[in-house]
Design a protein around this ligand. Structure first.
Ligand SMILES: [Zn+2]
Length: 359
């Protein structure tokens, strides 16, 4: 039985859009009492995990994260069409990626703490970037094939996150996939000095399960080379999101004196190690059996998102182009806080709805 009330209770602040039953038993060997549901939601706090309540798993598909992935993909595709040289493309992509990161992070900050610095960060985004974001989206409207490619890349990446969570759900029940994988990646783990960390091992095995699942699901829509490129971009998207959240926590801890970081979460080093193993696996993957459709044609072009792009996007995330933007942001933020700290909710809601929720 789906208990939507319970789901909403467990995820306070999240906007739950739908809850659907997942039939894991059709493919996997799981106990009869295990139930799983896909919870599609929009949550700025940023959860992308599964919630377990006795024998029931609620696996989250967070469209806030999917939206972020879409912005990363759009940035790369836009840069590719706007500049002819490699340097030109990198410069434009880094600028647009930084905008997407700053905006997504501002919303994450505000979801964590309705305080001065999160409001300042959001207002800075609006002052400095809103016009450019609107122009980018107007440009995308005129280029439907590029818009489609951005959406496709985001769907692939959020599917990878979702399949990773399904893997956690199966991990203790159906070992047919995981045991051979653990054996196969032993060398890769030793090379990153991670072979004795059971938690990291589970994460990596679940990543590899997810890559396989996406290879299978998308194999008739993309050529072999493009499957690898989409998968590489998708793991880079995941790393970008993890880095963004980590940076948000550090920023809040540094600026809000009484901010206490919530428990849980992984060190960013873990995410980098996971990324390295995933990329090595994608590059070595030998495409055979059902995951390889000979002569499959690309349905869309690929947005190549990589580690360099994420690193350059993160650089200078808390800087402003113009000092007066920061002064105005502080004035407005103090104004909001002196009346009602929740008043700014309306600004965040409206700003998101106009551009960022657009599908
Ligand atoms: Zn995990």
């Amino acid at each position: 039985m789906i208990d939507e009330e319970l789901v909403r209770f467990m995820l306070p602040g999240a906007h739950v859009l739908s809850v659907d039953e997942l039939n894991l038993r059709s493919v996997h060997t799981v106990p009869a009492e295990l139930e799983a549901y896909r919870v599609t939601m929009y949550d700025r706090y940023g959860a992308a995990a599964s919630i377990r309540e006795r024998n029931t798993f609620y696996i989250i598909r967070n469209l806030f994260i999917a939206t972020f992935f879409r912005h990363l993909a759009n940035a790369v595709l836009y840069a590719h069409h706007k500049a002819k040289t490699l340097t030109g493309r990198s410069r434009i992509a880094a600028r647009v990626v930084r905008r997407a990161m700053k905006r997504t992070q501002a919303e994450c900050l505000y979801a964590r703490r309705k305080g001065l610095y999160s409001i300042v960060s959001m207002i800075e985004c609006l002052i400095e970037y809103e016009r450019e974001n609107a122009a980018l989206y107007a440009w995308l409207d005129q280029h439907p094939e590029i818009k489609k490619a951005g959406l496709f890349a985001a769907e692939f990446a959020i599917d990878l996150v979702f399949q990773h969570e399904i893997a956690h759900c199966l991990y203790q029940y159906d070992r047919r996939f995981f045991d051979p994988v653990a054996e196969g990646i032993r060398d890769a783990l030793a090379s990153i000095d991670a072979s004795d960390d059971p938690h990291l091992l589970e994460e990596i095995e679940c990543d590899i399960f997810a890559i396989n699942a996406c290879f299978t699901d998308y194999s008739d829509r993309l050529s072999q080379a493009s499957l690898r490129r989409q998968a590489r971009s998708a793991v880079a998207c995941q790393l970008a999101y993890a880095a963004l959240l980590e940076d948000a926590e550090v920023f809040l801890a540094a600026n809000e004196t009484d901010y206490v970081r919530p428990p849980g979460g992984q060190e960013i080093e873990h995410h980098i190690q996971r990324y390295q193993v995933a990329i090595a696996y994608i590059d070595d993957f030998a495409f055979h059996g059902p995951a390889f459709v000979r002569n499959a044609k690309d349905e869309v072009s690929c947005a190549d998102i990589d580690l360099n792009l994420i690193t350059s996007g993160l650089r200078g995330l808390h800087d402003v182009r113009d000092d007066s933007s920061r002064q105005v942001a502080f004035l407005l933020a103090n104004g909001y806080l002196s009346t009602d700290s929740h008043l700014f909710d309306v600004v965040v809601e409206n700003a998101s709805r106009t551009i960022w929720m657009e599908a």
